[in-house]
Design a binder for this molecule. Sequence first.
Ligand code: ZN
Length: 277
Amino acid sequence: MRPIAQAKLIVYRWRLAQVTTSRAPASHCYGWGMQKPNEARTPRRRSRAPRIILLSLFALGVALLFRQGLVPSPLSPFPALDLAQPNPWFVDWRLAELKNNRELCPRVLKAPHVAAQPIPDHRGSDGCGWINAVRLESAGGVRAGFDKVTCEVSAALALWLEHDVQAIAREMLGQRVVSIQSFGSYSCRNIIGNPFWKNMKSEHAFANAVDIGAFNLADGRRISVAQHWKGDGVEARFLKAVHGRACRYFRVALSPEYNQAHHDHLHLDRGPLWRCK
Ligand SMILES: [Zn+2]
């Protein structure tokens, strides 16, 4: 063979050897210590769903603890409610903190916003009773006589009467509200007027609800739920406006629109349910 042909043959063999060694091995040839090229390049994708579900459940549990007032005071990030401040943030959770906290109650229910005296706890054998309650004389500068009512409801009443009811009364009626007509707070009974809830204790059974029949103005007028709710006069508009604002502070705020059992009063409570009608 001539030298040129011999050199060409050597180059051809060298190139063939390069191609053979650089080719990826066949799929059935992987052994110990060898990885498929695809596996090395693309890491296995892990699902985020379990982590998201766990975080959601944790957040839901924390929210429920705050809503039920079960977070101990030292662990709460919220300052005590100041009844002088309108529109407090996280108002529902901060009111709920008053449910079981005896030390917090007198720090919140203060003059001139509230006049009240604490009363001893009572747990009846019939499943009724109250804890952390007061005898209320006035709330939000309005005479509001309830002989047994929880600290939580008293604070909600004070915020509603002082910052919402008075502003609406001045704007719509040109007068201040000086007192409310109480239809009662504590009553050991089940929920009435709704067959679905008839076996459940009313929040009245825990002094955690108030019924209001009328608002008395400084000029002597009385705006009564029984007399003025129906119709389109300014008194009816006043009652509907103050009922709507009550839903900021009370989880349940029922009016004559709800059912016949409430034809003559507004029912306001801080129980576990949520209804504004
Ligand atoms: Zn009621």
